[in-house]
Design a protein. Structure first.
Length: 368
């Protein structure tokens, strides 16, 4: 669970905050001009179990495409608006159940029109304070402290919406700096605990760098009970953001959606190709039951004993690969063919009363 904010906000049928689990979201990387491409990306995100998707809506002539995408999307969409309040109103008219905007870029009169449209449709608004858009006034009030200026930016936007009596608000304050983002969000969560909080690191990067930066910033906040919805911003394919997001929640034991794969770092005792087996397992993790932990260990030293908390696992042995379930030996596969291992693990989970190996094996380590 995230921090138990008093006020849950619904984006369509999706609850955010309150007693709801931490949600995992992404953003379409396909331009709205390519409607077929957007639909394909949404299907990929749905398979990865994405719960909310943000969509850039830069021009009014794309309104029809946005409306069609809203009708076809398997998950709720949030239109992303930066400067034009008319686009926010149009996105709501097209069926978007939420809009991300920066009220600081709009006059109070224009913002009022957006609020009226959101109220009429029961839609939510997410404010988007960003470290790259801090004003001179906000920096001056913070005396050059960028984390404090980011807090001021979020609070300025929140105050603008509260003046209109609007309450279906999701807060967000992001920067490229991990310490800056964490400090700003800690302050924001402490000062405004009634609102759901979206967390993430903007422009985190790709591959290892992006995953590490995102996990550090988001993880530090979630570990303190801050965060009701998250996005791990990565340069690569959007489904990767979802997989990393769920892996982060599993690591913090906040959500058990999907299977967790554990593997040893390997050493000179390795008797199995841990990397190959783990790589073969990874594409199948979504098909395993939620909350299951699968261990892949290189030898009998790191096998059933050190990984006994895993639901099922494999470990290299002199005769092939041994299988175990919660530390108990099941049998031995004579070869470490990765696909055979995947199927044996699947059978072990499907029928825990039976040995899942294709042939009987001896005790762990026999034949050493």
């Amino acid at each position: 669970m995230g921090m138990a904010c008093a006020r849950a906000v619904c984006v369509g049928a999706l609850g955010i905050g309150g007693d709801n689990p931490v949600r995992v979201e992404s953003m379409l990387k396909t331009p709205l001009e390519d409607l077929a491409g957007c639909e394909g990306e949404l299907r990929s995100l749905d398979r990865a179990r994405c719960e909310l998707v943000r969509v850039a809506f830069p021009r009014r002539e794309l309104a029809g495409a946005l409306g069609e995408l809203c009708r076809k999307s398997p998950m709720p969409l949030m239109a992303d608006i930066h400067f034009d309040p008319a686009l926010a109103v149009e996105a709501l008219r097209q069926g978007c159940p939420a809009v991300r905007l920066n009220p600081g870029n709009m006059s109070q009169r224009d913002l009022r029109e957006v609020v009226v449209a959101a109220e009429d449709r029961g839609a939510a608004l997410r404010i988007g304070a960003n470290g790259g858009s801090l004003s001179n006034d906000q920096m001056a009030r913070a005396e050059g402290d960028r984390a404090l200026a980011l807090l001021h930016a979020a609070e300025d936007q929140l105050a603008a919406l509260e003046r209109e009596g609007f309450s279906r608000i999701i807060l967000s304050a992001k920067a490229t700096s991990v310490p800056e983002t964490v400090r700003a969000n800690v302050l924001l969560g402490q000062r405004h605990p009634d609102y759901p909080l979206h967390v993430g690191i903007t422009e985190a990067g790709g591959d290892v760098e992006g995953i590490v930066r995102g996990a550090c910033g988001i993880g530090l906040l979630l570990a303190q009970g801050l965060g009701d919805t998250l996005r791990v911003s990565l340069t690569g394919p959007s489904p990767d953001e979802i997989r990393v997001g769920y892996a982060l929640l599993r690591a913090l034991e906040l959500r058990a959606l999907g299977a967790q794969l554990l593997s040893c770092p390997t050493c000179g005792r390795r008797r199995a190709d841990v990397s190959a087996i783990a790589a073969a397992l990874r594409p199948h993790l979504d098909s395993f039951p939620d909350g299951v932990t699968i261990a892949v260990m290189g030898c009998e030293v790191n096998g059933p004993r050190e990984a006994r908390e895993a639901d099922v696992g494999v470990a290299g042995s002199p005769g092939g690969v041994i299988l175990f379930r919660r530390g108990e030996f099941l049998g031995e596969l004579p070869r470490e063919n990765p696909e055979d291992v995947v199927e044996a693990l699947r059978r072990a989970l499907a029928d825990p009363s039976r040995d899942s190996t294709p042939e009987e094996g001896g005790a762990p380590g026999d034949g050493a």
